[in-house]
Design a protein around this ligand. Structure first.
Ligand code: HEM
Length: 339
């Protein structure tokens, strides 16, 4: 297990480490979810990630911003609400559903599934999750069949086209879609939730940000560092490296690395004026660096600006509850009031 920033970064970028054991098995997936490239080493990782990459390019995300702003503004037309259930969760759910091409009528089913998959990182696969899994795979099958008949301008359509050219199998396409869905739902909600709570708990920083909304990217980065939504990941040594034997697993505590006092002065202080050099590891590093980082940053930026603009007197209106997870850091509920 590592706690420091430099060592974690070094291991994440070291090609002698991967995500699979030498017999090809993967340590976590209970065999229920279709495999995704998060769980694959090169060359399969490289091939599949490349197919999903164009949808997340900075240019595409930039074009998408105005739509996200509209969704955020509409969600904030209320007075007393739960910041997680009514704002931080529906925003990324709506965004990734749109990007993938999931119709609104199916979004609730996907959202429920995303939450169950995220919970399974801690609990393993439950019967409830197995049921949701069957339903979601059937939904994806239906959407894929529709896009085969009538392609659109969404991620499912571009993967269907790649499948027709034999660049990936039907099973790999499902794995990619499930990954994008879960990664898109279950992490950004915590960036928005954790950042809003940090701002309200640090009134001077909240005031500074309201006066300077151009600090939104800095709020996003400091939240990712200080309250990292993904707290840990792991790697497996593919050969003997220093004291680590072949096929031994190393757990990298990303949350701890991001508060490493050797890298960030006064690491425990939430400070939006902080200079982030080197970059935090909230999006990991190396070949598995978060594919959705540009999208997540944009969503966080839009969400924090919308809150500051539409709810300058926002205040906490009751006790928060936390998600019961060691992998994901975030709030289950966060009652707030507009004034
Ligand atoms: C604040 C929000 C987010 C955080 C903190 C986050 C964090 C991470 C982390 C830590 C990893 C790498 C895990 C590892 O190296 O083992 C990762 C990978 C990934 N993330 Fe994100 N993520 C976020 C949002 C998103 C979004 C919105 C998407 C888009 C759908 C996304 C898609 C992915 C994908 C596809 C991978 C796999 C990359 C690969 O294996 O090559 N993420 N994310």
């Amino acid at each position: 297990m590592t706690t420091g920033h430099r060592l974690a970064g070094k291991i994440l970028r070291d090609r002698r480490f991967g995500v699979r054991f030498s017999d090809g098995s993967y340590p976590v997936n209970g065999g229920l979810l279709p495999e995704s490239f998060l769980e694959l080493d090169p060359p399969d990782h490289t091939r599949l990630r490349r197919l999903a990459t164009p949808a997340f390019s900075p240019r595409r995300i930039d074009e998408y911003r105005a739509r996200v702003e509209k969704v955020a503004d509409a969600l904030l037309d209320r007075d007393e609400f739960d910041l997680i259930a009514d704002f931080a969760a529906p925003l990324p759910i709506s965004v990734i559903s749109d990007l993938l091409g999931v119709p609104d009528s199916d979004t609730a089913e996907f959202a429920n599934y995303g939450a169950l998959v995220a919970a399974s990182f801690d609990t393993g696969v439950t019967a409830e999750m197995a049921g949701a899994n069957d339903k979601v795979l059937a939904l994806f099958d239906r959407l894929i069949a529709e896009r085969r008949r009538r392609p659109g301008d969404d991620v499912i359509s571009s993967l269907v086209a790649a499948e027709a050219e034999r660049k990936l199998t039907a099973q790999e396409m499902l794995g990619t879609l499930v990954l994008l869905l879960v990664a898109g739902f279950e992490t950004t909600v915590n960036l928005i939730g954790n950042g809003t709570r940090a701002l309200l708990d640090h009134p001077a920083q909240w005031t500074l940000f309201k006066a300077h909304p151009e600090l939104a990217p800095a709020v996003v980065e400091e939240t990712l560092r200080w309250a990292s939504p993904v707290q840990l990941t792991s790697r497996i040594a593919h050969e003997r490296v220093d004291g680590i034997g072949e096929d031994e697993m190393v757990t990298l505590l990303i949350g701890a690395a991001n508060r490493d006092p050797e890298v960030y002065p006064e690491a425990y202080r939430f400070d939006v004026m902080r200079v982030h050099r080197p970059e935090h590891l909230a999006f990991s590093s190396g070949i598995h660096y978060c594919l959705g980082a540009t999208l997540a940053r944009m969503e966080g930026d839009v969400a924090f600006r919308a809150l500051a603009r539409k709810m300058p007197d926002l205040r906490q209106a009751g006790p928060v509850t936390f998600r019961d997870s060691v992998v994901i850091r975030g709030l289950r509920s966060f009652p707030v009031s507009r004034s």
